[in-house]
Ligand binder design. Structure first.
Ligand SMILES: [Zn+2]
Ligand SMILES: [Zn+2]
Length: 449
């Protein structure tokens, strides 16, 4: 399986003397199976040179499957400049997560609206099909492609492509679910020592992969000022990949302020972390123009235990119950949720929530519950325990909210059946993305493949 990098920069294209070696184009990676099935991971500005290369070199008509991680600008801006789209006879399938309230073609058409671009989406000559993807396993042109939600302030999917006995993952854009990666009551380094369920699931998705291409925009020193922006540090990515027994790690989505020399430093530091952990993993900062063919390594090949895809919508309008004694938090949550198109029920105490959910003759069944942990009289854990022991409420996704974020609370919440654990303060798009991924995931739990 061939992997070729066309765009490795995050956020905005950054041409110039200081980015010549690693490249200035935004996210775009080409993956081609031995049978010639072509996948294009994201359509940042790197999609423009890729399109030109395909016109000159690929068999005609051109067939490709575009897998969009999400629709932030740096992942779609090359789409209108991807030349194969203009040529009749070419067949392009565009896959991606459904946007919050907008379909994939509507989002792509939006950036090609005449105010911004001279050619409209409908005028493109190629045959273009759109496919909304959800978390789970998909069969695309006979190739197994698994998708899993990432932690980003927009609904974003990571992809695992498996063909020719090789697995390649593309995980952009993604931020750690929790500040501390490891539990302190067990030795660090293994998947089950990861504190937050979200991070453990993310590491399990990469398990035993041949190639992982991962968002690595920041250094650990830069991260605190950029928290909740949806990106990872080399320290987090390296530790995760080592724990997951990944063979080759490519750090990408380089920050626009990071020069080639700076990225050399990130690569060296990342390798030093892996060496200190005694890992044989190969680590590179991804370079635009770099390509490598990966072949099956001898030995057993483990498939990740992922789930079948469901039709559960991530874009629908949800009914969310907010349980918090803090009026300001309820106000902020309501504002964020209604703006994202959801309906909100507010409860100011654990007892009020339980009365509404478990009381006689109640017909309140929210799609998801946002549950504050620290409340007087009946706290979030007590509410969660009651909900999980009741048939009618045991499967409702619950996001536990906390202002303190100590390890004990996080561990206990997951042990008691929390779907997710989120620290305050959060941003409105971050909250919306976490809610939608929890609800979508709840729709297909328990169907491992
Ligand atoms: Zn990005
Ligand atoms: Zn993004």
């Amino acid at each position: 399986m061939l992997v070729r990098f066309w765009g490795t920069r995050g956020s905005i294209a950054t041409p110039g003397q200081s980015t010549i070696r690693y490249g200035g184009n935004t996210s775009c990676v080409e993956v081609v199976t031995n049978a010639g099935q072509r996948f294009i991971l994201d359509c940042g500005t790197g999609a423009r040179p890729l399109g030109g290369w395909l016109l000159a070199n690929a068999p005609k008509p051109i067939q490709a499957t575009i897998l969009l991680s999400h629709t932030h600008w740096d992942h779609i801006q090359g789409f209108p400049f991807f030349a194969p789209l203009f040529i009749p006879g070419n067949q392009i399938t565009v896959c991606g997560p459904r946007g919050a309230n907008t379909s994939l073609p509507d989002v792509l058409a939006g950036q090609m609206e005449f105010t911004y671009f001279p050619v409209e989406l409908e005028q493109l000559g190629a045959r273009i099909e759109y496919l909304d993807l959800n978390e789970g396993v998909h069969e695309l042109n006979g190739v197994r492609v698994s998708a899993q939600f990432l932690n980003h302030p927009a609904i974003a999917l990571g992809y695992r492509i498996e063909a020719d006995g090789v697995s390649v993952l593309y995980l952009c854009d993604h931020e750690p679910y929790w500040e501390s990666l490891w539990r302190t009551d067990v030795p660090p380094g293994k998947l089950d020592a990861i504190l937050h369920d979200g991070d453990r699931r993310h590491a399990a998705f990469m398990e035993n992969a041949d190639v992982v291409i991962h968002d690595c925009q920041y250094t650990p020193e830069e991260y605190p000022a950029k928290k909740n922006w949806g990106h990872s540090t080399y320290s987090y990515v390296t530790q995760m990949a080592v724990a997951a027994n990944v063979k080759n790690l490519f750090l990408t989505h380089h920050d626009p302020t990071h020069s080639d020399d700076f990225l050399d430093g990130i690569e060296a530091k990342s390798r030093a972390i892996a060496a200190a952990l005694g890992s044989p993993i190969q680590i590179h900062c991804a370079r635009e123009g770099y390509e490598e063919s990966f072949i099956t390594a001898p030995g057993p090949h483990l498939r990740v235990n992922t789930v079948a895809a469901s039709d559960q919508e991530t874009g629908s309008h949800l009914l969310v119950m907010v349980v918090d004694d803090d009026e300001d938090l309820r106000f902020l949550a309501r504002k964020a949720l209604t703006r994202a198109g959801h309906r909100v029920i507010e409860k100011e105490s654990g007892q009020d929530a339980l009365d509404a959910l478990l009381g006689d003759g109640t017909d309140t069944r929210p799609d998801l519950i946002l549950l504050d942990l620290f409340m007087p009289v009946i706290d979030g854990h007590q509410v969660l325990s009651r909900l999980r022991s009741h048939e009618s409420t045991k499967n409702i996704p619950v996001i536990v909210l906390t202002a303190h974020g100590d390890e004990e609370s996080a561990r206990k919440s997951f042990e008691m059946g929390a779907t997710d654990f989120l620290a305050k303060p959060f941003t409105p798009p971050q909250l919306d993305a976490r809610i939608r991924s929890c609800v979508a995931r709840a729709g297909h739990q328990g169907q491992p493949q």
